[in-house]
Design a protein around this ligand. Structure first.
Ligand code: NAG
Ligand code: NAG
Ligand code: NAG
Ligand code: NAG
Length: 171
């Protein structure tokens, strides 16, 4: 586990030393922070998929994701747009915004709220095929987040083989 990207510390100290709120973040600082975030591995620890009887009709499921934060600052997640699937085939897509999704620093984890309207793009029935695999890949995601007071939009993220469980609430 790795903590404490130095550029983030410098950035935070810089932010504290700045008397006026909302300083413009230079391109260089933004690039530093992005590269530190890019070093993050396995942010997504777990995906729980909730499938109901309605899902079979609407092809919409719900998910709860568990995220881990190896940074030294709390990670505020504002929005996630994601495509997930297996073997390069996309099975699920969602676009979720969050008002209060913060993952504490130093390797702590936090669960999202229940994310509704997750589109099972291959259809619910075809999606049943991937349940036994117990893993899913985030093929392409875009994150809006705030870390060390710096808002970052559209941070690209991908991760393979995420442990995934399915709650079939079919009764
Ligand atoms: C994924 O690809 C591997 C290797 O080609 C194959 O063995 C496996 O059956 C595939 N799984 C699914 C769910 O398509
Ligand atoms: C935000 O989330 C935290 C941690 O789950 C919780 O303790 C707090 O009550 C929440 N605040 C609001 C305004 O929902
Ligand atoms: C997240 O939810 C799971 C149950 O789905 C629970 O076991 C775990 O403790 C939760 N984690 C946090 C950090 O709240
Ligand atoms: C779900 O995805 C399918 C396939 O991409 C698309 O045709 C459909 O309009 C989407 N449904 C919703 C509710 O976005």
């Amino acid at each position: 586990m790795k903590f404490a990207p130095l550029s983030l510390i410098a950035l935070a100290l810089g932010a504290l030393a700045t008397p006026t709120p909302g300083p413009e973040v230079s391109e260089v600082e933004t690039r530093d922070i992005l590269s530190d975030l890019g070093d993050l591995l396995d942010v997504v620890q777990h995906v729980q998929v909730i499938i109901t009887l309605d899902t079979l009709v609407t092809n919409l499921a719900s998910v709860v994701i568990t995220l881990k934060n190896d940074l030294i600052f709390p990670l505020h997640i504002n929005r996630i747009q994601s495509k997930a699937g297996v073997n390069g085939t996309t099975y699920a897509e969602f676009d979720a915004t969050f008002t209060n999704f913060t993952i504490p620093p130093f390797g702590k984890t936090a669960n999202s709220t229940v994310i509704p309207n997750v589109n099972l793009t291959q259809g619910a029935i075809a999606s049943l095929d991937i349940i036994p695999l117990g893993v899913i890949d985030i093929q392409k995601a875009s994150l809006d987040l705030t870390v060390a007071l710096i808002p970052i939009k559209g941070f690209p993220y991908a991760q393979t083989q995420i442990p995934t469980t399915y709650d079939l609430a079919l009764s």
